[in-house]
Design a protein around this ligand. Structure first.
Ligand SMILES: Nc1nc2c(ncn2[C@@H]2O[C@H](COP(=O)(O)OP(=O)(O)OP(=O)(O)O)[C@@H](O)[C@H]2O)c(=O)[nH]1
Ligand SMILES: [Mg+2]
Length: 303
């Protein structure tokens, strides 16, 4: 990286590494990844188990490149083959990373958090992101909690943050940056993710399903892209949402297809922003019985 300005007094050294974000479901891993990358590449919702795939979010700064690895929330319930694959993705992500960010909720530390911590190999530096501090009613309660966390392992740093508001996220990034190994960048500097537009399109549709539907339906759905065409600046995208039962299909469509229209237009707006050009998006709903336990279907869906 000849001729680039360098940060942090690390003159002449370039740092780059894989940084896995791990934690129990819903602690804010994906929100934090998007915040650090500065672009929305990973989908988020208030429902646990929103993230199903490992995805890289890339941030290139002078002298360093962070390759953040978002992972599914590690689960102890909802035991389907899909869940088993999601847990496997977490374990695999931990196998070959340089730094781990263990994300916890500042409001409470529970056994499920400690179960995730136990998965992290002893050799890897761990930075703790104590997230959602904006939502804490009693800020004084945070101090003993931080002390309790510090006693669990020899951490590289413990940083209270708000992924949603951006509070202390730069401080977190700097602590992670210090733990990055020396090395050349893994990705071109303008890249924000390793995933292609097809993948992102499917994920943004799935995010809207997660955000707009009641309790059970999101877990019964998956999204596939049937066709993705470029026509000048326009992208034409044809997607299918798979559900397990006809009754779920009816709920997803809504009266006169209204719910599906809202899902498609929400996804289209996000995709236009991410791709920086117009998008035409059509979404069908199809029934595929038992897909979360069907190994062949899961293979085809890329889990
Ligand atoms: N108040 C507050 N809410 C947050 C913060 N960060 C994330 N959230 C919310 O927490 C919920 C879960 O966020 P996600 O980023 O999807 O969590 P996740 O850990 O990736 O969840 P899974 O992928 O399901 O494991 C969403 O409703 C977010 O808006 C934060 O700093 N403050
Ligand atoms: Mg997530």
């Amino acid at each position: 990286m000849v001729g680039r300005p360098v940060t942090g007094g690390d003159a002449g050294v370039h740092r780059c590494g894989l940084v896995a974000l791990v934690g129990r479901p819903s602690v804010g891993k994906s929100t934090l990844l998007n915040r650090m990358v500065g672009a929305k590449v990973s989908i988020t919702s208030r429902r646990p188990q929103t993230t199903r795939y490992r995805i890289h979010g890339i941030l290139t700064e002078p002298g360093r490149q962070f390759v953040f690895v978002d992972t599914p929330g590690f689960q102890t319930r909802h035991r389907s083959r899909l869940n088993a694959r999601m847990n496997k993705a977490v374990r695999e992500a931990l196998g070959d990373v340089d730094v781990v960010v263990w994300v916890v909720d500042g409001a409470r530390l529970v056994q499920a958090d400690r179960d995730v911590l136990a998965l992290i190999p002893a050799r890897v530096p761990v930075v703790v992101a104590v997230n959602k501090v904006d939502a804490l009613g009693d800020k004084a309660a945070l101090l003993p909690r931080l002390a309790g966390i510090a006693a669990l392992r020899d951490f590289a740093a413990i940083v209270p943050v708000s992924a949603e508001k951006g509070t202390q996220v730069d401080a977190l990034k700097d602590e992670i940056g210090k733990a990055l190994p020396e090395g050349p960048p893994l990705y071109p500097e303008d890249d924000v993710t390793d995933r292609d537009e097809r993948f992102l399109a499917a994920e943004f549709v799935r995010e809207k399903v997660f955000r707009q539907l009641g309790d059970e339906i999101p877990y019964a759905t998956s999204v596939g892209i049937d066709r993705f065409e470029h026509e000048g600046r326009l992208r034409r995208i044809f997607a299918s949402v798979y559900v397990e039962k006809p009754s779920q299909r009816a709920i997803l469509l809504g009266v006169g297809g209204a719910r599906m229209k809202a899902i498609a237009s929400g996804a289209r707006r996000d995709l236009e922003q991410l791709f920086g050009g117009p998008v035409h998006l059509e979404v069908w709903v199809r029934v595929r019985k038992g897909w979360p336990d069907d190994e062949g279907a899961l293979d085809r869906m890329g889990y």
